[in-house]
Design a protein around this ligand. Structure first.
Ligand code: ZN
Length: 361
């Protein structure tokens, strides 16, 4: 009995010390709408480097920018932050070459079901459209916002106006600004006027979706002023340009999104609240078709659109790089975000998927 007690005490103190070693106090979650794992892991796809399949306007310039001699150089030129920082200091899932596929669990293979799966940790097959209806499922951002330590310190920015409904803004109570909504939180009044003017002057190329550059700018302003503990930023131009069959612009935005994530990360690493105490989770809502014809599309009927990828970087994540021999699902993201912060999402959503394997030390 005494032995058992001693063993129990050791276990208890071990658990306590492990918990105290956990360093993540903030999480940055970023999604890139419909960015294919093929382009992420292999670099620009030569089959679409033309006018016919890729809709490439300036072939010379696009090739010069993005075509490289081998796989490693090709992917690095597109996403230097992902490959030089996240892959070296963190973990990447979804590389079939490493026997490590990542997939969505919902059967729809489009945005609302995907975003819902990744923030709610469950599949809800009643979500079968991108219409503006409030998500009935509890999401991890909402869960965190319900805890005293995170109350009113959780925010979401998205280029797409449906995100308000996906995170269920009225019920979850989290700060959420989307698409063409007025810019409300900035580092100065002057900055607010400048950004608002830009929003007003740019063309409404998409009625319910705004440019990533502006989503980025307003999220960054909010980050600097409000210092949220959990920030979710959803970029979406990659999906828009893919649907428009503009592989050149899709690749450009892939590279620009990578630069935006780097800028956010670098800002976090010079601020005392965040430095060494923040984890980054980067992923997508769905994949796309595999061929030169259907790389533009994604839906239940498109083979391959269920294949995704994700990356995690932070003080509690071992630098394992591209993970091998492991299967990951989109539904694991919700519990991963909570677990990085030392919280248990499955406590309130028992059927939520567990965290990504081996991500939280
Ligand atoms: Zn789409």
């Amino acid at each position: 009995m005494r032995k058992l007690l001693a063993a129990g005490l050791i276990l208890l103190s071990l658990t306590a010390s492990l918990a105290s070693q956990r360093r993540t106090e903030n999480v940055l979650l970023v999604t890139l709408d419909g960015l294919r794992w093929q382009d992420v892991f292999h670099g620009a796809d030569n089959r679409m480097m033309n006018a016919e399949h890729g809709g490439v306007k300036d072939l010379l310039a696009t090739r010069k920018r993005f075509t490289r001699s081998d796989k490693k150089a090709s992917r690095e030129v597109l996403m230097p932050f992902l490959w030089q920082v996240m892959a070296k200091q963190g973990q990447l899932f979804g590389d079939p070459d490493s026997n490590a596929k990542a997939h969505i669990c919902n059967s729809q293979k489009f945005s609302y079901p995907g975003y819902s799966e990744l923030i709610c940790g469950v599949v809800d097959e009643t979500i079968a459209s991108n219409n503006k209806f409030y998500n009935r499922n509890v999401n991890v951002l909402e869960f965190l916002n319900s805890l005293p330590a995170y109350k009113d310190r959780v925010a979401t920015f998205s280029g797409w106006d449906v995100h308000e409904y996906i995170v269920n803004k009225p019920r979850s109570g989290i700060f959420c600004e989307v698409a063409w909504q007025p810019i409300t939180v900035t580092t100065s009044e002057r900055r607010k006027r400048e950004l608002q003017r830009m929003l007003d002057h740019l063309p409404r190329y998409w009625e319910n979706f705004s440019w990533d550059a502006l989503t980025f700018a307003r999220a960054k302003e909010y980050l600097e002023v409000k210092k949220p503990r959990v920030l979710y930023v959803a970029f979406g131009e990659t999906d828009e340009w893919a649907h428009a069959r503009r592989y050149d612009l899709y690749l450009q935005m892939m590279q620009r999104n990578d630069a935006m994530v780097r800028e956010l990360w670098q800002w976090l690493q010079q601020d005392p609240q965040y430095k060494g105490k923040t984890s980054l989770v980067l992923t997508v809502d769905h994949g796309r078709g595999r061929t030169q014809r259907n790389w533009t599309d994604h839906s239940a009927k498109v083979d391959g659109a269920e294949e995704i990828w994700m990356a995690v970087l932070g003080p509690d994540t071992q630098a394992l790089g591209v993970r091998e021999d492991v299967t990951a699902t989109q539904a694991m993201i919700a519990s991963t975000v909570a677990a990085l912060l030392g919280e248990d999402f499955q406590k309130i959503v028992p059927n939520a998927a567990p965290p990504l394997p081996g991500v939280v030390r």
